[in-house]
Write a protein that binds this ligand. Structure first.
Ligand SMILES: *Cc1c(COP(=O)(O)O)cnc(C)c1O
Length: 395
């Protein structure tokens, strides 16, 4: 017999021995570009808070108003009595923003992948997924009865071959992240959609790291490539990263939304967002359009930070987006560099195998629109010192 204690001890020991055990760092102040970690003020390069919205007064004010006027919670799952008019108003606002016919909001990006992939795909369907797709896509596909194939990262020829070699009368779905979360590279959607169309396949883009970052006013990677009105493209994404709050969405045709309402299990069996979340999100979509300089600052900061890191001799893996990996080689070196950066007042997290390949352990940095030049310079100066100390740059 295995007791609970046996199980917990064995698993935790296994995690510690393989170097995979984690305990989250705690922020002792709000999610801001300058915050507190381990008792000290730090420049924060670890968040997904691209636009600085997590703590933005415009969002907080709307959240407060919705809380006051609509209450603390939704009170039921969306399909029973938990759909408030503010939920549907926001979904219309989001569909208009995305230039899609419709949009449905779920609790998170994670549950959106579970809900959409789990309810759309049936036996006899074929789904072809990029090898570096996010864990929530992988889990969503576990719920799908379709035949599953993996294509090499961004390799359109490999995708084409798999589609050719696996004919089916069922639905064909090509699944990709819009922006890949570890390398910061962008999926070649123009070529992916072209190949998918040649095989009569639908393209499914998880735009968690592209929403609020790419395309006009942050409309996303699909907009960036000019495919926003296409009925054979499904866009899903998160409201938890650039939009600064929490949630996920699926944007596509009216019928897609209708099917998800009826079939997506997280929508059917788990309560929707509280009013304050809906309020903050509606303010976020307004703000990004009203103040285009916010996105401009994100990109200005991104360009500056990347150029300065390169000048100091760091390898940022040719990332094309605000996600800026700095390569340290082995996991131990990346974790050590992260500790040293923290000692110098910079909060940036090391990532090693199995999240990224061996030898490409890195620190993943995300600058935001809210960072000032002075904060970035402080971070760069710490990087310069630490890079020399651990020997990844000369000097
Ligand atoms: C972060 C992320 C998600 C999960 O989004 P949450 O809203 O945090 O659940 C899903 N897909 C991708 C590609 C992501 O990067």
């Amino acid at each position: 017999m295995t007791t609970l204690n046996d199980r917990l001890t064995a698993e935790l020991t296994r995690l510690r021995e393989s170097g995979l055990h984690i305990s989250p760092r705690v922020l002792e102040a709000p999610q801001r570009p300058l915050t507190r970690v381990a008792g000290r003020e730090v420049v924060n390069l670890a968040s997904n808070n691209y636009l600085g919205f997590a703590d933005h007064p415009f969002l907080k004010e709307r959240a407060e108003r919705y809380l006051r006027e609509w209450g603390a919670g939704a009170g039921a799952v969306r399909t029973i009595a938990g759909t408030l008019s503010i939920h549907e108003d926001f979904e219309r606002q989001l569909a208009e923003f995305k230039h899609t016919g419709s949009a449905l909001v779920l609790q998170s990006g994670f549950t959106t992948n579970q809900g959409v992939l789990g309810s759309l795909l049936q036996e006899g369907d074929l789904v072809v997924s990029d090898e570096l797709n996010h864990a929530s896509i992988i889990d969503g596909l576990r719920l799908a009865k379709a035949t599953k194939k993996i294509y090499r990262h961004k390799d359109v020829e490999d995708l084409d071959r798999i589609l050719r070699e696996n004919p089916t009368d069922g639905l064909k779905l090509v699944v990709t992240d819009g922006v890949f979360s570890m390398d910061g590279d962008v999926a070649p959607l123009d070529r992916i959609i072209e190949v998918a169309r040649r095989h009569g396949a639908v393209t499914y883009v998880d735009d968690a790291h592209g929403s609020g970052v790419l395309g006009e006013a942050g409309r996303g990677t699909v907009h960036h490539f000019g495919f926003e009105h296409a009925d054979d493209v499904i866009q899903i994404g998160t409201l938890s990263k650039a939009w600064g709050v929490v949630g996920g969405y699926a944007a596509g045709t009216h019928d897609l939304r209708d099917l998800l309402i009826n079939r997506a299990r997280p929508f059917l069996f788990s309560t929707g967002h509280p009013p304050a979340v809906v309020g903050a999100l509606s303010a976020a979509l307004e703000l990004v359009v009203k103040e285009p300089e916010i996105m401009e600052r994100l990109w200005e900061n991104t360009r500056y930070f990347k150029a300065e890191l390169a000048r100091l001799g760091f390898d940022t893996m040719g990332s094309e987006t605000p996600i800026t990996p700095v390569v340290f080689g082995e996991a131990g070196a990346a974790f050590e560099a992260s500790r040293r950066l923290l000692d110098r007042g910079v909060f940036a997290v090391g990532i090693g195998f199995p999240t990224v390949p061996r030898g490409l352990a890195r620190i993943r940095n995300i600058v935001t629109a809210a960072h000032t030049r002075d904060m970035l310079d402080r971070a760069l100066s710490a990087y310069e010192h630490v890079g020399r100390e651990v020997g990844v740059v000369a000097g």
